[in-house]
Design a protein around this ligand. Sequence first.
Ligand SMILES: NC(=O)CC[C@H](N)C(=O)O
Length: 148
Amino acid sequence: MQIACIEFARNVLNLKEANSTEFDERTPDPIIMLIEGKDREKIGGTLRLGEYPTTVLPNSLCHRLYGSELVHERHRHRYEFNNDYRAEFEKAGMVFSGIFKEQGLVEVVELKDHPFFIAAQFHPEFTSRPSKPNPLFKGFIEEIIKAN
Ligand SMILES: NC(=O)CC[C@H](N)C(=O)O
């Protein structure tokens, strides 16, 4: 999701030097950055690790795939989408369809009017099993079958 947002910023919003501060601390457009306020003294520091609830936007692709307005997925990351850019992204057609309400963190993005574009901050592969695939993977494969 982080890379998808950087790509959108560069090629749709025309912010050519957009980046994550993980890759370029001096980028003029830090689309992805560390969100302060977490206890850095504890082991793991800013690491967001483990399962968190995601509130899903009704009628979004994410909603259709999970069939629920609340999903629980596992995380392992430090950097987050920078909400200063949210309005600009939305104006250009990106939909923020999954949010961690407690901290206002972006968990899922998708594109309006696109047959299947969805990206998540969490790790759907952590819960996917051959006999019970994660809805994001299952939905993607179903979409490919439909299109062929
Ligand atoms: N887990 C991920 O999606 C990637 C790790 C990541 N770049 C971070 O925020 O730490």
